[in-house]
Write a new protein. Structure first.
Length: 624
């Protein structure tokens, strides 16, 4: 086996090939030819056991690490007794054997119960299309002929030490490229990760956008044209920031889209847009709800039911969004699934039908349709799916912890069949549970992509040391998270000041005083709710201050941003955690929100609370 060093990477030459056969060679003969032999039935049992762990695990390690390490240690493997009877069989075959063997440059024999061309077109239940089979056929086509490739070699502890010493010498001599010297060890490892699925766990202030930009540049160095690279973000502001930073880095031509922007582009190109993008006003939605309630009660007279209040209308909007973006069902499917059992679900399904009929009458799509409609189009039309998958070789996603089910499907569908996917996110900053974002989507990504590489960034370069330490102490109380180091990357110690007040009115007045001489743009007042911010605004007005003197923002609205000085108002029990947070899971959601609040501050953090009612999170952070 020939080994070479390319840059700082230890590589070895291997011969990659996928041999698919229905004839089982003698096991002894395979072993004499240096093949490592696996049995599909045994592997399947082990995989099902791994999947059962769910989020109960806290290690950054992949549950499948034991089997995945085989492909690094062995150039030749044979998988015997493969069945192709279900989508689950194909998922295990592809995810735990074929894909990792391909990435490691192995020669793989698959001994199956049928020929490759006879593998049935089985839709994955979650993806509602032949997602796994398409990816399997893609790698089978690429691997049918033997090909010499370079694969990462197993590196000993001594070699790792020597690599570190060499890199340190290059930095001192000034011979290392500038982009290399400004990345820390963990950032550099993430940027240089392999060509498959890469997950980067990026805590607050750890330079996630820098890593994403450098990864795009690295992909270009590997030969990918900029226009074949797709960067996707959660919202328009993040999309603009990524686009601007790519341009400043000299990367021109990469496609940068928000999820909704990508959906809009696909629907427009495929002629699936309506006359406009719009919605249904509250008054019209309220009328629909009243009509459905009247019909349900047997009253066919117009106005038979009183107009619903704003809370009912908001609940209906949320239910419609959930149908589109979480369940991803049509009105017919929603009505069928509601059945006869749950009157509330039947009511929601009927309102959903009326809402969709009204959109069709007006010839408009709503904002959710830009993602939901695109996902359905890609799922149901194989030609359209292949066309858009063929436009991009690499897909990168920012803030992966914030995405919801339909957006996760959009990403996975566009990244297939190449599966060169780079996901950046942090489970500790997952604060949009009400918008269907889940911690599980981050922690269990290795069950969707078993062969992924996971890299954790560890240093918070944004926050001063005291702020980083307090936020670390706080978030370690959450059980559903990866256990990972959270280190201070800044030299400044910073300052945290706790301001207990007699009541909220006194606290609001104190905040008004604190911001009286603030420099706009450097200071923000954060609070759990808009109502708390209104109390600060009123207190400022009573002082006769020009308002707004500084920015006021909810913690949710401050996500992804930073200020030199943060004033956190209302750090009381009942506010944070919110009084409605009763379960352990809900309290963990609230703790993540408080973690986000603390880590918005770069140098100074002032926390205003009510004496005797201080949030438990202050104690957990070591501030009481």
């Amino acid at each position: 086996m020939e080994r070479i060093i390319f840059g700082n990477s230890h590589l070895e030459k291997r011969q990659r090939q996928l041999v698919w056969t229905t004839t089982c060679p003698a096991v002894g003969s395979l072993r004499r030819d240096s093949y490592y032999v696996l049995n599909f039935c045994d592997l399947k049992k082990q995989v099902l056991a791994w999947r059962a762990t769910g989020t109960s695990r806290s290690s950054l390690g992949n549950p499948a690490a034991a089997v995945l390490s085989i492909f690094q240690r062995h150039e030749r493997l044979a998988l015997l007794g493969v069945t192709c009877d279900s989508a689950e069989d194909l998922q295990i075959l592809y995810g735990y054997v074929v894909e990792p063997a391909f990435r490691h440059g192995c020669t793989l024999w698959v001994v199956a119960d049928r020929h490759l061309a006879d593998v049935p077109i089985l839709p994955d239940p979650q993806w509602r299309c032949s997602w796994t089979r398409d990816r399997l056929m893609h790698l089978a086509e690429l691997g049918k002929d033997p090909c010499e490739v370079l694969s990462p070699a197993t590196v000993s502890r001594w070699q790792r030490w020597w690599r570190w010493l060499t890199r340190r010498g290059k930095r001192r001599m000034g011979s290392e490229p500038e982009t290399e010297t400004r990345l820390d060890e963990q950032q550099r490892a993430a940027v240089r990760a392999g060509d498959g699925v890469v997950q980067v766990i990026a805590p607050a202030g750890s330079g996630k956008t820098t890593v994403l930009i450098e990864r795009v540049k690295e992909l270009q160095r590997r030969g990918t044209a900029a226009e074949r690279i797709l960067c996707m973000s959660f919202n328009r502001d993040a999309k603009v920031e990524i686009g601007d930073r790519l341009q400043r880095a000299g990367v021109l031509g990469a496609v940068v889209r928000s999820f909704h922007g990508m959906g809009l582009a696909i629907l427009k190109a495929e002629g699936r847009l309506r006359a406009g993008i719009g919605s249904v006003a509250d008054a019209d939605l309220g009328r629909m709800i009243a009509e459905v309630l009247a019909e349900t009660a047997g009253d066919q007279r117009p106005g038979g039911e009183a107009a619903p209040d704003s809370a009912v209308i908001l609940a209906a909007r949320n239910a419609i969004s959930a149908y589109k973006l979480a369940a991803m069902v049509t009105p017919d499917e929603a009505g069928y699934e509601a059945g006869e059992a749950d009157p509330q679900e039947q009511l929601q399904a009927q309102v959903y039908r009326r809402y969709e009929e009204e959109l069709a009458r007006r010839e408009v799509l709503d904002f959710d349709d830009l993602v939901a409609g695109t996902v359905r189009l890609l799922q149901t039309d194989a030609v359209v799916r292949a066309r858009w998958q063929g436009k991009f070789d690499r897909v990168l996603v920012d803030e992966y912890q914030d995405i919801e089910p339909s957006q996760a499907l959009l990403v996975g569908l566009l990244a297939a069949p190449q599966d060169s996917l780079f996901c950046v996110g942090d489970e500790d900053q997952c604060i949009y549970a009400w918008r269907r974002a889940t911690v599980q989507r981050i922690i269990e990504l290795d069950q969707v992509y078993p062969g992924l590489e996971r890299h954790a960034l560890v240093r918070n370069y944004r926050c001063a040391r005291r702020i980083t330490e307090a936020s670390r102490r706080l978030i370690t109380h959450n059980r559903v998270r990866f256990r990972k180091p959270l280190l201070a990357g800044a030299r400044d110690k910073g300052e945290i000041v706790l301001g207990p007040c007699q009541d909220r009115a006194e606290g609001a007045a104190l905040v008004a005083h604190l911001i009286s001489d603030a420099v706009p743009g450097e200071v923000v007042v954060l609070a759990r709710t808009g109502r708390l911010l209104a109390e600060v605004a009123e207190a400022s007005e009573r002082r006769g201050q020009p308002f707004p003197q500084v920015e006021l923002a909810t913690i949710h609205g401050a996500k992804g941003r930073e200020w030199e000085r943060v004033i956190l108002f209302g750090a009381d029990e009942g506010q944070t955690p919110h009084g409605a947070a009763g379960t352990e899971s809900e309290v963990e959601d609230e703790r993540r929100l408080f973690y986000v609040a603390l880590t918005r501050a770069k140098s100074r953090l002032e926390i205003i609370c009510t004496a005797g009612r201080e949030s438990r999170f202050l104690r957990e952070a070591g501030l009481l």
